[in-house]
Design a protein around this ligand. Sequence first.
Ligand code: ADP
Ligand code: ZN
Ligand code: ZN
Length: 732
Amino acid sequence: MAHTLLRVAIPRPLFRFYDYYYEGEGIPQIGSRVRIDFGHTEMTGLIIELPKTSSVEELKPVLKLLDKVPLINAATLKFLRWAANYYHHPLGEVIQNALPVALRATRQIPTSLKWHITQTDQSETLKNAPKQQALYEFLCEEAVGIKEEVLKQKLGTSYKNTLKQLSKKALIASEICEAEFIMPTTMLDNATARLQLTKEQSDCVEQIKGIANSDSPMPVLLHGITGSGKTEIYLHAIEPTLEEAKQVLILVPEIGLTPQLTQRFQYFFPKAKIVLLHSKLANIERMNAWLAAQTGQADIIIGTRSAVFTPIPRLGQIIIDEEHDASLKQQEGFRYHARDLAIKRAHDQKIPIIIGSATPSLESYYNVQSGRYHYLLLKKRPGARVQPEVLLQDVRGLPLEAGLSPPLIKAIKAHLEAGNQAMVFLNRRGFAPALYCPQCGWHAQCKSCDANMTYHAHKQKVICHHCDYEETVKPACPDCGNTHISTKGQGTERLEHTLQTQLPNSHIVRIDRDTTQQKHALTEKLKVVNAGDPVLLIGTQMLAKGHDFPNLTLVGILDVDQSLFSTDFRAWEKLAQLVIQVSGRAGRAEKKGTVILQTSQPEHPFFHTLLTGGYLAIANQSLQERKNWHFPPYAHQMLIRANAAKQEHASNFLQDLKDSIAEHASTDCILLGPAPSPMEKRNNRYRFQLLITAKNRKQLHQMAQEMTINSENIKKRGGLRWSIDIDPIDYS
Ligand code: ADP
Ligand code: ZN
Ligand code: ZN
């Protein structure tokens, strides 16, 4: 038997690979999984190379070859290797990230049986067995055979028995084939009537098609104001790709939005096979969707960030909706940005990519300015719809009720009475962000984090929003015994409470993480809102994006002032994105929308710039500042984080790491730290960070590589954990 050498990447935080040999049935190939003995545990790795020789003296055999056909094709593996290098993350873990959970261990790819008739039409002989006759005649029509799943779909549960009887009579036979991973039930018979594109939209589509036809298409940034009909552009843009029988990958930030989106794609392309890839799916469902993409069965793959790693053999185009959204970046473990990776993937495969947003990230906008991306602007809403009007409400000196000013409450009342819907946005859940004793100053603090606990009135608990630790509220202050405990500030729960008192006849729907935990809860709530009756919506971030509420005419935005004074150089960008995205939920139908932005800083230059110049004015001004200060995108950053049981364990490690590269660090690099993270203690771990800024990306990568190597020789105490974050967007 043949004896093949294999190099295997394993899902462990190790930057090296391991050699094994294979002896047995089948031919091991790059991209197939193998079961191996590693140390004293069994695990599943992926073959990444078939080396001619190995420096290992006593090679072990693999325990089992799990895939006869590679699970990860060559182009995808190359892409994963690139990602592992770029983010300085072990390839084995990157591969693990790319695989659906159900395929991370030993499960084999499901197969199916394909049935066909064995001789010329014998249906006459089945006259007395109508079920068998029906199935037989069905098979007669398809000379190449029909898969079991399809027969089951057509004939119902008794199909198995009928097949058995026919096969006993030797009238039909079967062979093993690829399983059918998508059932045709989701497809529609007919397309619904298409919208007539506006002139602006059709101009965009024409340009996109032109670019798509070039040999190495330039990425397109589609900047379309909220409600301008970007989805319609995506639909038209991918039509030629689907007609060429190629597959399309669509990345979206959040899955709450995909039901609506999926429907629109299915209506536009009734015959297309569409699959969804996201973390709310059951493991088997997700595996089937992934395999549908991987085998080429799916035409359109709609997924959240990790879908960017899916092997797609006939990938012809990529779309990223809401490209500015922070959830496209994974913030733990393997810290990658799906947008940046998608751009790289499209570039390597020479396929068109569109990234769209009403509020493009400044990184992407900068790429437009420097000529790397093509820019398209949609500045109108179709039809009679107009952008909502944004009004600043100065709250200084006004009597606030749970943070709501009298003019805002009055406006909400008026809009509801006129039969419309209103929404109040506050990005904080719970009743109040602090519970304290007015007598002695005691605050309910998390014992594991440097953070106040949030008071949740309904549960009568204080909960830490950083580590989820919770405690039942005690009747008296634990320090002085005072029984008049008080709260400070407000969250959505309190808003609901106050507004229900102020507007007793209104129907309030609160949407936040606490009210949508149960499966379908969000769908049910959105259904109520979409029914169109006067409803007052209260919500957090979850309401900020994507949703289309036709009857919503008023939006109130609370508590934005803090971000005006943030030290994060992205604060303006993030705040402008938030205000525009939240505002964009209003005035979606023919009714004009109004936005009331409460602030005690109405003269702040941020508001002036945003209200007079719009998003691009904020973008241009922020870019100018970043240029002056050498911040990204004019420089490149990486953030090294460490956490441990004691402060000195974390800070000493980072100091040693910094010292180990100090002599190589060029004068173009700025090393800041080690310094405590903004939240120094979290979940009983002390957190420190080292921020490195460099003009030149290469230098940054060299340093990252050196640190990875040097870290092996640095003492790690207190259960130290550390990580590299390339192109960080969150510094907490
Ligand atoms: P965006 O994603 O840019 O915020 P959507 O794609 O959700 O906007 O479109 C907003 C609304 O406008 C949707 O209800 C959509 O059906 C509608 N729409 C888009 N294009 C047209 C058009 N050409 N004519 C009429 N309605 C349109
Ligand atoms: Zn007290
Ligand atoms: Zn905590």
